[in-house]
Design a protein around this ligand. Structure first.
Ligand SMILES: Cc1ncc(COP(=O)(O)O)c(C=O)c1O
Length: 482
């Protein structure tokens, strides 16, 4: 992973300038992604010229690498495991396809994600459906595909049972029961221990309809210890299922593996140094998404597996002794570093207090962390179209501060309220490139406000000669069941 100090372009304030270090948050970059700034910055302009702004450039091979990183940890521990890519993290079909080609399953939360996963070629048996509000048509499609269904509530159990009776499928419907861990007591997702016990008894007398495969949970936040605690809470339920002679084989711990966006020391220094005057609205946000986490997904998984569930019994030992398969549903962490989001600058407007507002051609919904109650914080990379000898190279520095606004008429359409320190003043036609946006940030909230078309996405890879190749990335399609 590179920090942008390693790449030569019109970057935000220089990393080696101590006086402003705490004000800058340059993104960490995957080496292959960083290459485009060094080798072919002009390609970025060409792509935006052709496909419009904003434009998302996705890197499927990076997702495959992330899968291999987690696999290596799981193999080292000699564990049985099943990985499901959390397709909700990004609407890119190319990323989904990459996951399927890397032989992982897919975690789907809608009939549309199910359709996309099947189109990507995944076997229906390698699909796991989570989410609390599955419709009858979604349930029916899942039963038809032979997928695993995580039952969220006793009410969902009733609905599924009625449907399974009507459908009379050739084989029993495969189910998990979703647990609501103590750490998430007020969540609307999952069931209490009493509810789970009641479901287990129902499953024990409905073997013709259901095949019970295990327990599932998903927790917010990135603490591995909260997952360890949840597994410990499930231990008596595993015993209860076994006592009922149910064919339990799987513990599914959901997603929530962390991603590092910026160096942690820099993030800590930044967080300590925040003042109201650093923001266009004079407000330091009360919380930020944890952009500067100390560990990435592979180390997190290692910590989880080696943590004690009780003295003398680690998670790994427990799973192996109980002959349980560990299932996980990483979304954001598999998409780590797998996209760049490009915004063309339409105008740079001077403000009264010697700062600027940069208008990006696109909206704040194409690079945001709103659902995680955070300002989108990481610095964009400024790629200049006109400075220097070729795009991307900037001449002498004349630093400015600017916040980044979207192109809508709403005052709150702001990508970054923080005044970003640019090493030189951005110009109309330059590009702002947001790194590592694949995990929810680029397309979770995108829309056609002002009737702007939906942003396009293109998948990219380097060929053997070191040239970049790009392909259209088909996204949504209409499933046959709608
Ligand atoms: C049930 C379930 N599994 C997996 C995920 C993926 O989480 P993440 O993208 O943080 O890995 C989510 C995200 O909301 C989820 O709800």
């Amino acid at each position: 992973m590179l920090a942008p100090s390693d790449i030569s372009l019109a970057q935000t304030a220089r990393l080696d300038a101590p006086s402003i270090t705490a004000q800058t948050l340059p993104p960490l970059l995957h080496r292959d992604v960083a290459c485009i700034f060094q080798r072919s910055p002009e390609k970025l302009f060409e792509l935006v010229q052709r496909s419009g702004s904003p434009l998302h450039l996705v890197w499927p091979h990076v997702l495959r690498e992330n899968i291999e990183g987690l696999r290596a940890v799981l193999r080292k521990h000699d564990l049985h495991f099943e990985m499901f890519y959390g397709a909700k993290a990004n609407k890119s079909q190319a990323l989904l396809q990459a996951a399927v080609e890397a032989s992982v399953g897919v975690d789907v939360s809608s009939i549309y994600e199910l359709g996309a996963a099947l189109r990507a070629g995944v076997d229906g048996c390698a699909i796991c459906a989570t989410g609390p509000a599955k419709t009858r048509v979604f349930h029916a499609a899942l039963i038809g595909a032979g997928s695993l269904i995580a039952i969220d509530s006793r009410e969902e159990f009733d609905d599924l049972e009625a449907l399974a009776r009507e459908t009379r499928a050739d084989s029993p419907t495969r189910v998990l029961l979703r647990y609501r861990p103590h750490a998430s007591r007020t969540s609307r997702f999952g069931m209490t221990v009493d509810d789970l016990l009641a479901c287990l008894h129902r499953l024990a007398i409905s073997r013709d309809l259901f095949r019970f495969e295990g327990f599932h949970f998903h927790l917010p936040g990135y603490s591995h210890q909260s997952r360890v605690d949840a597994i410990a809470e499930l231990m008596p339920l595993v015993q209860a299922a076994r006592a009922l002679n149910l064919p339990l084989r799987l513990l599914d711990i959901g997603g929530g593996l962390p991603v590092r966006y910026v160096e942690s020391a820099r993030f800590d220094a930044f967080a300590r140094a925040q003042r109201p005057s650093d923001y266009r609205n004079g407000i330091v946000p009360s919380r930020f998404y944890p952009y500067g986490g100390r560990i990435g997904a592979a180390d997190w998984l290692e910590q989880l597996l080696t943590s004690p569930l009780m003295p003398g019994l680690s998670v790994e030992q427990y799973l192996n002794r109980q002959q349980l398969t560990l299932a996980l549903e990483p979304g954001r962490s598999l998409a780590d570093q797998a996209a760049l989001s490009l915004f063309r600058i339409t105008r740079v407007k001077s403000l009264a207090d010697d700062t600027f507002v940069v208008f990006a051609e696109g909206s704040s919904f194409s690079a945001c962390e709103t659902w995680f109650a955070s300002e989108f914080l990481v610095d964009p990379i400024l790629v200049s179209c006109s400075h220097g000898e070729r795009p991307g190279i900037v001449p002498s520095a004349s630093p400015v501060r600017a916040y980044i606004a979207g192109h809508s008429c709403l005052d709150e359409d702001v990508i970054t309220n923080r005044l970003i320190h640019f090493q030189s003043k951005p110009q109309t036609g330059d590009l702002l490139v947001y790194a590592n946006t694949a995990g929810y940030q680029m397309d979770l909230l995108e829309n056609e406000f002002h009737r702007h078309p939906m942003p396009k996405r293109i998948s990219a890879r380097w060929d053997d000669e070191g040239r970049i190749e790009t392909f259209p990335d088909q996204t949504q399609g209409v499933p046959e069941w709608s």
